[in-house]
Design a protein around this ligand. Structure first.
Ligand code: FDA
Length: 310
């Protein structure tokens, strides 16, 4: 990333948490419909499932997230848990065996680890009855310990739960060693949050090298791993090492990002998965996608302008 792009990206990541701007943008969502739709399936379960069906028909695996995080009232946590329950039921009744993803802070982690654990266990039991996988996302580093604690406790009784690890955090290689002793799937990402340089690597060759080493650590332990990146350099390196054809691996990308690359991998016979998001809390998600790839801002603005001029 160029210096100016890096400054812009850091600034966007900072304002992503600005509540006033978030409220204004979300209240004006009808203005941005086309720009949002490039990255988000819609507001409802039906829209997300319809999108997943389209991908499934083209031989992609899929995961679906109902967007939300940092829920601070018990009633909202229960409402979120019920939404995921309904999502699982909808997929199950259609015999669609995908993955359902979420932030634990959407399900109650900010209220208590017990509440998050309770909701997670309930969803895992229900999902298992339809052979559906759950995948926990990884949030800011202040929450890593709590997320891993809840996960480690739950996965012992529910092998259908997986966990995301952020290669950017220095602690992650040690965390991975511990997690590989447990049954759940690992999803490996670089990390979307702006973290202190004392405990995190920026985007760099060093981070890519660490990412690849973590993939190889999973394979050496005979453990399934989702390669959740759009980074062609990493994917090419893994391909050259013959890792991408390993049945323990699948490559997972966010819906709307590098769709060309994901299709090419699929056509080459590699297991691929697309990560579909839906819901009204799209603001933070969209800001992150623009911050990590600033040209997305031009695409977003062009979509908005084209849409409003029709
Ligand atoms: P990087 O950011 O270095 O980008 C490499 C290249 O990919 C870019 O040069 C560009 O070509 C392309 N690219 C990347 N982002 C793009 C974009 N937004 N638009 C267009 N092109 C883009 N993070 C987290 O902290 N916790 C989590 O739980 C998850 N979960 C998750 C699931 C899945 C399935 C994916 C794919 C990603 C996540 N992430 C995440 C996000 C992740 O941490 C990371 O921020 C993004 O994947 C971008 O990083 P890359 O690995 O793609 O590399």
């Amino acid at each position: 990333m160029l210096n100016e792009e890096k400054r812009f990206s850091d600034a966007l990541k900072s304002i992503a948490r600005n509540q006033q701007l978030k409220n204004t943008m979300q209240q004006s969502s009808s203005l941005f419909t086309k720009g949002i739709q490039r990255f988000i399936a819609g507001d409802t379960i039906e829209q997300a499932v319809e999108r997943a069906q389209r991908f499934q028909n083209e031989n992609y695996q899929f995961s679906i997230e109902y967007i939300g995080e940092n829920t601070t009232s018990t009633a909202e946590c229960i409402a979120a848990k019920n939404e995921f329950h309904q999502l699982i039921e909808t997929l199950g009744k259609l015999s669609m065996q995908g993955t359902v993803s979420f932030d634990l802070s959407h399900l109650g982690l900010l209220i208590s680890e017990e509440l998050a654990f309770k909701h997670l266990s309930e969803l895992a039991t229900f999902a298992a009855s339809y052979t559906i996988q759950l995948m926990i996302s990884m949030e800011e580093s202040q929450k890593t310990d709590a997320i891993l604690t809840v996960y480690k406790k739950a996965v012992q009784n529910h092998a259908n739960i997986g966990i995301t690890l952020q290669a950017q955090l220095h602690r992650s290689q040690t965390d991975l060693t511990e997690l590989l002793a447990l049954p759940g799937k690992i999803r490996l990402v670089k990390g979307a949050y702006q973290e202190e340089s004392t405990f995190s690597l920026p985007r760099s060759e060093q981070l890519n090298t660490r990412y690849i080493a973590m993939v190889e650590q999973c394979l050496a332990a005979n453990h399934t791993v989702s390669i959740a990146t759009h980074d062609e350099q990493i994917l090419t390196a893994l391909c050259q090492k013959n890792h991408l054809v390993n049945p323990l691996i699948h490559v997972e990308m966010l819906d709307g990002i590098r769709a060309d690359l994901l299709k090419k991998l699929k056509d080459d016979g590699i297991n691929v998965q697309v990560y579909i998001l839906y819901g009204q809390e799209w603001y933070l998600y969209l800001m992150h996608r623009i911050a990590e790839y600033p040209p997305n801002l031009y695409t977003f603005l062009s979509d908005v302008i084209e849409d409003s001029s029709h």
